[in-house]
Ligand binder design. Sequence first.
Ligand code: GAL
Length: 673
Amino acid sequence: MYPERPAGLAFGGDYNPEQWPREVLEEDAALMREAGVNLVSLGMFSWALMEPAEGRYDFGWLDEILDRLHAAGVAVDLATPTAAPPAWFVAAHPDVLPVTREGVRIGFGGRQSACSSAPAFREATARLVRALGEHYRDHPAVAMWHVHNEYGAPLGECYCEHSVAAWRGWLRATYQDISALNDAWGTTFWGQTYTDWSQIDAPRFNHTVVNPAQRLDYARFSDGQHREHYALQRDILRELTPHLPVTTNFAGTVNCKSTDLWQWARELDVVANDHYLRAEQPDNHIDLAMSADLARSVAGGAPWMLMEHSAGAVNWQPRNLAKRPGEMRRNSLAHVARGSDSVLFFQWRASRFGAEKFHSGLVPHAGTDSGQWREVVRLGADLRRLAGVRGSRVRAEVALVWDWESYWALELDWRPSVDLSFRERMDAFYEALWREHVTVDFVHPSADISGYRVVVAPSAYLLTEAGAKNLHRYVEAGGHLLVSYFSGIVDEHDAIHPGPHPGALRELLGLSVEEFHPLRQDETVPLTAEPGTEDLRGRIWSERVRPAGAVTVRAFAAGPDAGHPAFTRHDLGAGTAWYLSTAPTGGRALRDLLGQVLDRAGVSRPRGLPEHLELVRRGRHVFLINHGDEPVTVEGVTGVSVFDGERCDGRVTVAAGAVTVVEETPRPEGERA
Ligand code: GAL
């Protein structure tokens, strides 16, 4: 259920009027109208004002704000303020304060200062949310509910006494029988056999390595506790206002590790994502694109909401670089290109006090006589012109396998190399595809992947039997699968699949691995060359591959596996499974190898475009985002340019740093660029 209001694309952001005197609020309404703001998130951190003492609710101040917003034509995404429990509550229930893995109980004074498992927190949450829901169930400004804020960030796991009690309950429900738990966790190793549930603690800090299966289950349990806290609120709100969608904002699909968003998405009416650029990272718009593609994928391809990003600098990175002119527009429209039906920001007006006073807002400290405000007003106008994009879909021919459980498991302690990293491989493959102008979806290993021409598994260390079978079926039916090293190694309990690596994928890939040969830091090994290709080297990983059906496309030319396969192909059924045993480095190395897979699978990509020209198709619209300093002419686009109404017949020029969106004129299939 996507929010019905506002019509068109939503534009606005977090609004924290409690920080401002009345005159400013009056000005806010006028400025929101000037910029075309049509949706704000309200009340996110206002528990202390909504319930100044236990059971005493005060919504009078908020009524006035909702009425004013409604009069100004601004819809409200009304938040439950549970991410900021008030001082009186924490003083009365100090046991709700979360405890870190190292055993530190955090203090009051920040936010997110209550454990999702703590009974007092759950009770207070239910009472407050019911009072809020009852009070606002019929208010015409309310268009949707926004539960909490960024579950799992910054603390995904809590180690307090309530968490441990809930954990034991979770383990009983999951394993039923303690011997099943002992088997799953392999507790015969290091003599950890449990004879009673009460002996089991959270995997708290230990001077050596804690049982990885225990840690993996704790990650699942902890994420589930947050989901329960969310569902508690959602169920009350659904009961009171069945016509309103309920969501919570993800703490950045790509950057919050502790939340399994495949599971979360099932609980939400609409997926809402936050994304902040890593300001100093070169080409950080690629991370943005990845976040947006992942948000769309967890939304099942349906439109989703960009709930937060920033108009300018943030305040929590080592060096908070301001956005360059045009960058906020490019960022905003890139999210829309990749499926968002909203462009929302943290926050409306930059705060004068508190922890985030150096964070940008739509209304900066400099006021409205500023480049930033002019860009905000322009963006509002752009989004009105793009209203027709709403609800349309992005289609991808290539998918990347992304599984949070594998992410968690791979990055536990004592792996064959500290350089093995889920995100490092995922980012590398995503970036290579982005630079090839290929739009990708992300998929869970057990999802229906039959519609993709190519599926890539950059880091599928943990792969269940079911996941492996799914990949097998995909290839047999004609799919092209590319698997990167250290995939298919362990099952859902972090136990190695029986036999030689990669146990879950041996048959599918037509090979086995005799021994891992991780490389030294900064060491690279050459691969055999193919005529006309760049010199290719691998880093991080090398291993002794023994083909059993697979053919060698490239071999290691030196290093511990000289003469043995580095890149293989296995034709199976109607499809092909490729395997890459190293991290190609330098220039176009990974792109060249990927290119072979894409070509064989018939994935078309626009030729002759400079890398920095981002091209994404959404429904009838083609988004052209020029991240470079020179104008770019794109061939093969025919239609009407949305922002200036100009016709383009087969070619369009995008100025340096600009964004052009063309509503394409329908043409017969096969004529696309
Ligand atoms: C988000 C958070 C917002 C604000 C923002 C600053 O993670 O949800 O409330 O703190 O970061 O960038």
